[in-house]
Design a protein around this ligand. Structure first.
Ligand code: ADP
Ligand code: ASP
Ligand code: MG
Length: 444
């Protein structure tokens, strides 16, 4: 059994849905995870924002525009009136759910129900398209098996039991379609796996069914050695190990959801990144096999806050670090990067929701300064100590860019640097020129 995930652009129009159908109808057993059609989740978030602000007029406007788009999709996807009607009945159910929130209270709970409709719409459309084509397929409702715990991690045992029971109800079916991104939470409410979460769904499902491979189909030929949205001349990296891929996902390579490598790594299931628009292209294979001695790729994580904490010497020096870390932990705020000296420690965080409280708590022991709007640039590869000189190449590449913090040694697969967001594009270009175009990398 394989698990194949198709992202928003891959199912972004009727023609693209038809193309995806041609890729998945090969008679082999598979679970297909679909994202919402490109742009839909953004529109649903816009509708929710209006409803938060009690702006029913604009919310209704966006709903009407979305309906029009889906009318066009339905008219070009299906050949028969019967299936146009079936699909439209399904979509109408989704739109009615959204419209039910035009009156009454609107909170984060209702927002999650609204946002969930995108994946429900795309999977329903694909399911009816396959039916119209005479392809036997089963639509698995993700809300019946995908659940997160109170700690917001996948409820693996529950997912495995529920999903396997659902699959066993259809022993003769080869093709299952399900929604990415959406789930229930520990209280039985509709929730989601955060933006880009369909990758994570695919990996969680892969682990639950012990898949032979998880395929992430998107709009580019695999993971590139730098962010193609900011840097020209990037090239695909053909092979990554789980650790390298997890680092790149965590540190901003948008092609992968930050957590999606974890379930695959824990179960040793290879992940293949493939291009829907060029299905023959080799893409990237992520597995546990490591290539020695090369720098693989660079990624950047936005919206980073840098916190510099200098001791006032009111607690003994051996207690200072634990006081600092306990304070962040007390406010459930994860630290991304750390550097320390005998008198102080600097950290980065990507969640500012408790920052004011943290600063007040730390000020009993330290002077604290905060810089927002920073980025972490992360260089990933086999950076074991035998691989001499790579740090020099990284630092040399950034010689004209002010760097606030450097972290190396926490893992043997990455070096991370903190700088201002305004320097991100120049830093990515400079690293590309020095690490890859100058022939130091080893991607192909
Ligand atoms: P999908 O909708 O299929 O999930 P995403 O937009 O989430 O697709 O991810 C694919 C996009 O990720 C690419 O189009 C590219 O712009 C962006 N991206 C950022 N960093 C990288 C990288 N290192 N390699 C490949 N793509 C990247
Ligand atoms: N539709 C969701 C989003 O746009 C999930 C995904 O595409 O992976 O974030
Ligand atoms: Mg994505």
């Amino acid at each position: 059994m394989k698990v194949l995930k198709f992202g928003g652009t891959s199912v972004g129009s009727a023609q693209r849905m038809q193309h995806v159908a041609s890729l998945i109808c090969d008679g082999r057993k598979k679970i297909v995870v679909l994202s919402a059609m490109a742009g839909t989740t953004n529109s649903l978030i816009d509708i929710s924002d209006c409803l938060f602000n009690k702006d029913v007029v604009n919310a209704s406007d966006i709903i009407a525009q979305l309906k029009k788009q889906y009318e066009i999709h339905v008219n070009s996807l299906y050949g028969t009136e019967e299936y146009k009607r079936k699909a439209w009945d399904w979509l109408n159910g989704c739109f009615e759910r959204i419209e039910s929130f035009l009156v009454g209270p609107f909170s984060i709970f209702e927002e999650k129900v609204v946002v969930a409709q995108g994946e429900l719409m795309s999977t329903g459309m694909m399911y009816y398209y396959l039916q119209e084509q005479g392809v036997p397929a089963v639509l698995l409702p993700a809300l019946d098996f995908m659940r997160i715990t109170k700690d917001v991690t996948p409820d693996s045992d529950y997912i495995k039991t529920k999903l396997q029971a659902l699959l066993q109800e259809h022993p003769d079916t080869d093709l299952f379609i399900t929604q990415g991104f959406i789930c229930k939470n520990a209280f039985g409410e509709i929730d989601n796996l955060k933006r880009g979460g369909s990758d994570y769904t695919a990996s969680i499902i892969g682990a639950a069914v012990d898949a032979e491979e998880i395929q992430i189909w998107t709009d580019i030929d695999g993971l590139h050695n730098n962010d193609p949205r900011y840097v020209s001349n990037t090239t695909p990296v053909r092979q990554l190990n789980f650790d390298e891929a997890a680092k790149l996902a965590h540190f901003g390579a948008k092609i992968l959801h930050p957590s999606c490598i974890m379930p695959a790594r824990e179960n040793n299931i290879p992940v293949r990144l493939l291009n829907t628009f060029d299905p023959q292209a080799p893409g990237t294979l992520i597995s546990n096999s490591a290539e020695k001695g090369c720098i693989k790729a660079v990624a950047a994580k936005d919206n980073i806050t840098y916190v510099k904490i200098k001791s006032l010497n009111v607690v003994p020096i051996h207690q200072f670090l634990s006081v600092v870390f306990n304070t962040f932990s007390q406010y459930k705020t994860a630290i991304d990067m750390v550097t320390a000296s005998e008198t102080g420690v600097s950290v980065t965080i990507d969640d500012n929701s408790c920052l004011d409280e943290i600063v007040v708590a730390l000020q009993k022991y330290a002077t604290v300064s905060v810089d927002t709007d920073m980025v972490i640039i992360c260089v990933v590869g086999d950076l074991e100590w035998q691989n001499v000189g790579f740090e020099a190449k990284i630092v040399q590449a950034l010689k004209d860019i002010p760097v606030r913090m450097i972290s190396y040694g926490g893992s043997s697969s990455n070096v991370s640097l903190v700088m201002k967001a305004e320097d991100k594009a120049a830093a990515l270009e400079a690293l590309n020129a020095n690490l890859f175009l100058a022939g130091c990398g080893n991607n192909e």
